[in-house]
Design a protein around this ligand. Structure first.
Ligand code: NAD
Length: 436
């Protein structure tokens, strides 16, 4: 199959590489010349474990190409995947500017019948709008639109693409659905076929549900702290119930990233547009906004004023194994610390380059975790990178002015921390105050 992928971000690149790997001829198209130049040299513009070797292997095998020349790629393609961004508008709705542009680009280029597969997360009704646009802009050809929402997680995107739980295909046209199902069959993942609107909703409902699970356990954690229960124990006990399941029950300082924040807001907006006030989802969002500030609250409670305090921020990306800074807790925490006139020294194993573009310019960057901790009054752990989980706790004791840790991801076992002269505040667990 000759496939074009529009947009080579986290989703488009992984999709393109994976489809090439199962034997298709894939041309990835992006409007960003710098990105394409980088990709052509076999360099991934995003940090995603395992992506580069797979990219290179498929480029060398003559199955994977990168270009800014969308017109040629679309003209030759049998199937075109759309994976452009659908960021958030100011009112929370999804911004479809890139998607509509991609539709126009495709419509003006194609000269034969083609199937367009939408991977981007789009509001219910968008695939039908795309179909109407194609009918108007390219009446000379038949363009079928199929919804194929993406469920990969950044940081394990390659693994998820080859070992996902399901592939959702939403289509009005049986033949188009069958072609897309055939393309994906080599992945060996169960295929769930449905109508277009339901497929679009499956994506939003899944993300909203997972976000709700996170906000739920975070609220339980906040209560645990006050009643003397331990949220890790509670989550373990809850998770053993198959009806609940153990995943997404890790208490912390909330969700971030390119999907949950924008998709929950977009779904609330979709509901509001039809006069349905999705109170549960609004509460999920509100709880998360508060939770991202939890460590600041704890630090203020501990220190009173934060002015002049040197705070080491450990972990800047929104989660480990990615360099994605979109809606990362570090953005909120760094801003608030600086507003309190604290000195912020930041370290992340991978995301520092991207972080420097989006964090306030007052943030100081350290080359190593030890350097970030040097003479610090407090450390705040925002991302549970293995490097921090595996860090010997004596490093905090030896490097910091006062070894006071605010752990937003519960990286350490309380029994381990208790062996050191450390003050330790985590989420939903008892505090340890061992400093003499
Ligand atoms: P991204 O911002 O990383 O990448 C989008 C890419 O599209 C950019 O490289 C941009 O230059 C390119 N682009 C924009 N307009 C274009 C055009 N007309 N022609 C060619 N290229 C164009 O986005 P992403 O994180 O990969 O997300 C893409 C979509 O997938 C979004 O709708 C998102 O909600 C959804 N999604 C993302 C994830 C994730 O983990 N990132 C997971 C599931 C679904």
């Amino acid at each position: 199959m000759n496939i074009a992928v529009v947009g080579t971000g986290y989703v488009g690149l992984v999709t393109g590489v994976a489809l090439a790997h199962i034997g298709h001829r894939v041309t990835c198209v992006d409007v960003d010349q710098e990105k394409v130049d980088c990709l052509r040299q076999g360099i991934s513009p995003i940090y995603e474990p395992g992506i580069e070797p797979l990219m290179k292997e498929n480029m060398e095998a003559g199955r994977l190409f990168f270009t800014t020349d969308g017109a040629s790629a679309f003209r030759e393609a049998d199937v075109i995947y759309v994976a452009v961004g659908t960021p958030e508008n100011e009112d929370g709705s999804a911004n479809l500017t890139y998607l509509r542009q991609a539709v126009k680009d495709i419509a003006s280029a194609v000269t034969k019948d083609v199937i367009v597969v939408t991977k981007s997360t789009v509001p219910i009704g968008t695939n039908h709008e795309m179909k109407r646009m194609f009918a108007e802009l390219a009446p000379h050809v038949r363009i079928e639109v199929v919804s194929n929402p993406e469920f990969l997680r950044e940081g394990s995107a390659i693994h998820d693409t080859f070992h996902g739980d399901r592939i959702v295909i939403g289509a009005d046209d049986e033949q188009a659905a069958a072609v897309v199902a055939d393309i994906h069959r080599p992945f060996g993942i169960p295929i769930f076929q449905t109508d277009i609107r339901s497929a679009e909703m499956i994506k939003y409902a899944s993300n909203a549900f997972l976000a709700a699970k996170i906000s739920f356990i975070n609220e339980i954690a906040n209560i645990c702290e006050k009643v003397g229960a331990d949220v890790e124990q509670v989550a373990a006990g809850m998770g053993m119930d198959a009806r609940i399941g153990s995943s997404f029950l890790r208490a912390g300082i909330g969700y971030g990233g390119s999907c949950f924040p924008k998709d929950t807001k977009a779904l609330a907006k979709i509901a509001a547009n039809i006069d349905h006030h999705f109170e549960l989802l609004k509460a999920v969002i509100e709880v998360n906004n508060k939770q991202q500030r939890k460590l600041i609250e704890k630090a203020k409670e501990r220190f009173g004023r934060l002015a002049g305090k040197r705070v080491a921020l450990l972990g800047l990306s929104f989660k480990p194994n990615t360099d994605d800074m979109r809606e990362a807790a570090s953005l909120v925490v760094a801003r608030e610390l600086l507003a309190e006139q604290a000195i912020v020294v930041a370290y992340d194993p991978i995301a520092m380059g991207k972080a420097a573009h989006v964090l306030p310019k007052e943030v100081i960057y350290a080359d190593r975790v030890e350097q970030a901790l040097e003479r610090a009054d407090a450390a705040m752990i925002l991302t549970e990178w293995d490097e921090f989980r595996q860090l010997d706790l004596s490093v905090y004791v030896n490097k910091m002015k006062t070894p006071i840790i605010f752990d937003g991801r519960n990286c350490y076992a309380l029994d381990d921390v208790a062996c050191y002269p450390i003050e330790y505040y985590s989420i939903g667990r008892k505090s340890i105050t061992n400093i003499k």
